[in-house]
Design a protein around this ligand. Sequence first.
Ligand code: UDP
Length: 329
Amino acid sequence: MTTRDVPTNGEKTILITGGAGFIGSHLSELMLNLGHHVQVIDNLSTGSLDNIRHLLANRRFHFARADVTEAVVLDRMASKADIIVHLAAAVGVQLVVERPVHTIETNVMGTDHVLRAALRYGARVLVASTSEVYGKGTRVPFAEDDDVVLGPTSKSRWGYAASKMVDEFLTLAYAREYGLDAVAMRFFNTVGPRQSGSYGMVIPRFVKQALANEPLTVYGDGQQSRCFCNVQDVVRAVAYLAFKQELDHRVYNIGGTDEITIEALARFIIERTGSQSEIILVPYSEAYAPGFEDMQRRVPDTSRVHEAIDWSPSVDLAQTIDMVIEHFK
Ligand code: UDP
């Protein structure tokens, strides 16, 4: 990854909650490469020590195994931070549907703790949100100020979306009411090495299945589509936002713009792995716990982030899939 072009304004201390997770570990790496001090707080619930083991020996890296709701630990780390990137959250459709209480509580309480800590010490804070908040919207591409249509409260997936919406409301409210230097980032489907397939994410699942010559499990009719963005591009956008001098306190979409159906994705992965696998269609009712609805298309409008930090993705899907294949080999 080229890090040369990320303007950093001197040596900073960055606190990354969820820094042992998939996106967090890549962000930690980037920040260390840029010469900064990185502090990670992670309870290792979905993150893993394996993701950051290679960073532990770095003297500019500090890791605390703790929950963001552990006030004393969070306070100590926040007191040293210039910038806080709040990534710790319950994520992954499968986890979210299977553990709805944990999901809502983790997301809302975690963000509340982090925003309070940022306010106490005057740190800039970037709060991770998700394209799930676009819910059942059908008018793509999705822009940040579009109206949002969620499904009913009886379906757990929308509880996840609503919890992240509360996180966004809270972030913008702290900025407006208390002058906190805060933004929210709506991540679209992000992919790359270290992403686990255990919580539903489709690309690591398909790559693993293809490498094992097992059938690729396409849910529904496979005509639903997504835009995938390489994690290296995503963390580069986060770094640009983190270090931008004057940052508008808004929500920013961060995602890829090349759309692909899940069936086409499965075929593409079979081709790139040279696998003998076949594709099977699995009804949603078998794939997920009750309380699940999928969305048909999800395409970001990235003009706001492009305008703010002159960012657009640089790694294409073929390269990304090859990185994931390499990781699992
Ligand atoms: N999906 C699939 N097979 C799998 C896992 C996921 O067909 O083994 C589908 C899923 O139903 C969704 C898309 O792939 O339509 C992307 O799923 P993922 O969980 O990666 O992200 P989402 O966009 O749902 O947050």
